[in-house]
Design a protein around this ligand. Sequence first.
Ligand SMILES: [Zn+2]
Length: 382
Amino acid sequence: MLGVDRRWGDAVSAAAEALVTESETEARIAVELIGKTGMSHSERIKDALHRAGYADLVREQEKKTLEETRKAFDRGPDWKERFRHWSETETIFLETIAAVAPSAPLGIRERRGLDELVDFYYTLGVPESYGGEADWLAHELPEALCLYVESVAALSDFDLPKLAAEAAFVLERSDEDTSSLLYIPGKSREMADWSQITDPERMRDGLISLLKTVRFVAHTVAWSLLQAPAGLEVADAVRMNLPKAGSWRRQLAVLVVLDALPIQDALAQAGTWSKDPDPFTRSAVAHYAAVLVGTKWEDDELLIRTLEDHDGEVRDEALIRLKEKPLGAVLGTAVESAAEEPFPDWTCLQCATPNSGEQHSCGECKTVGPELKRHVGELLAG
Ligand SMILES: [Zn+2]
């Protein structure tokens, strides 16, 4: 499993954890990230802040969030509308889950626990998803939601009749506060048991189509595709059905192909893709080449091409993935040059808008761009 992150939120919380230790200014930036990602990742950021002695900053932030929520509710219909939309989303999710199998009768203890259902939510990745993604999936892509729920159910070791019964039980009590389901800590289970699948080709193609949906689904599915038996030729199947250029979906799918190919074939393919006009494709190559450093497959020529890329985000991807890798003299020099001014132009990872090298954040969506100087500094210091 070389490249693909299981959970997007890991990246956000790891970045925040790294910020915490630097200075109070950095800790304040990390505080702002609380609540911008899923529950457990927010908890991880809070823990890091507590450990570093910034408990007062966390308390301040929690007070601020509470006030903002109260103000938003006071402003009225917009927030209430969104809350209603979310309740509908939850109902759609529960109905889909309740349909995965005929229900088994539930004992009293199970009604109190709802263990299968809570873990299923975590395995789907709902609690860690970006705001709005679960809504989008439920309301705009109902067939994809159905396929996703069925695939997760088939590939993981859930007790399906019990899972269906728990979902039905919550639905029956939908007049009560069921959305609190998301606040019960659960754990994600492996979605990798291909041995029970009756039509593996169909499952593979279904998962590949889900790579083109939303992030939390695509990341879970990518991981699962990499666990598929070799005979399924996942690399070829994904390569023949790549998401279109110019989005994170393409980057993720390219990484799946590289990870799934035998390594020599992957290196040859990465060489071709390192000259692709699409920065997201090249960014996946940067990721892949950086992860290979320190292994016997290290390919400095490939990696250096990405560190010299004319798109700053491609360079930054290589730098980020080089963290804690041993850098020899040649790579050290290439890393150092990656942050030389003038900074290269860059393509926003979030919305694909091209930005000039002088811009710190995206002119369209304000997402922060590459931080070449900071990342090079960290690599050369460590
Ligand atoms: Zn943008």
